[in-house]
Design a protein around this ligand. Structure first.
Ligand SMILES: [Zn+2]
Length: 222
């Protein structure tokens, strides 16, 4: 896995064991109830797998697939124009950092409530633990650092930081799993909406100005 070139943006995190692979696998295979057994489910799971493998069709990948439709040369990020528009840049874009801070603040708050409601540990140390967990550290200025566990989250990978908290406070395995799944799916849906989908709609607008349409892609001949 570490030798996979596409995964080089998270190479260090893989080596350091920052990713909980068991829960990541569960997340990639899980489904929303309304998407059960449908094309929607297939697409949803496919998108997650592309995001965590850094092969989601960002502009650089589209440019390779449809070279005659896109401008030549390196195409900058639609939002900040400061880096190439590729998978690695998603989350690191400084235009994403306010959204990421909001998402993490809200997640920390929701997690604290969820744990306090469900733990048998009545010492309520959870608040302090969350406060000192690197995942919920929003003191970064400008863009999200690549080494921040939140970067994993943006790419649909479960940070060990997060499952550690569930492991400490929820002893019952079945309950832990179901609480985690519900919490994580809400969190990821806000990441998809505020980062990925927002980004995709900006790219679509930009493509429209260049007359790059879905139909042209569908009937593209290499
Ligand atoms: Zn950017």
């Amino acid at each position: 896995m570490v030798n996979n070139k596409a995964l080089s943006p998270i190479k260090q995190q893989i080596i350091d064991g920052d990713i909980d692979w068991t829960f990541t696998k569960e997340w990639l295979n899980s489904n929303d109830q309304d998407a059960l057994c449908s094309a929607k489910l297939f697409k949803q799971q496919g998108n997650r797998i592309k995001k965590c493998n850094f092969i989601y069709p960002t502009i650089d990948i589209q440019q390779c697939n449809y070279p005659r439709l896109y401008p030549l040369g390196s195409i900058p990020c639609i939002e900040c124009a400061n880096a190439r528009d590729d998978n690695m840049h998603v989350g690191l874009c400084r235009e994403h950092s306010n959204q990421i801070k909001n998402i993490l603040t809200r997640a920390a708050h929701d997690l604290q409530e969820l744990i306090m409601k469900n733990t048998k540990d009545k010492n309520f140390t959870v608040k302090d633990i969350i406060k000192t967990t690197p995942l919920f550290d929003i003191s970064f200025v400008d863009a999200l650092p690549q080494s921040h566990p939140g970067y994993l989250l943006i790419h649909h990978l479960v940070p060990s930081d997060l499952t550690k908290i569930f492991n400490i406070y929820i002893n019952d395995k079945k309950l832990r799993f179901s609480l985690f799944s519900k919490f994580f799916s809400t969190l990821m849906s806000s990441i998809d909406t505020l980062i990925w989908i927002r980004r995709a709609s900006l790219i679509k607008q930009w493509e429209n100005t260049l007359s790059i349409t879905k139909n042209k892609k569908r009937f593209y001949r290499k």
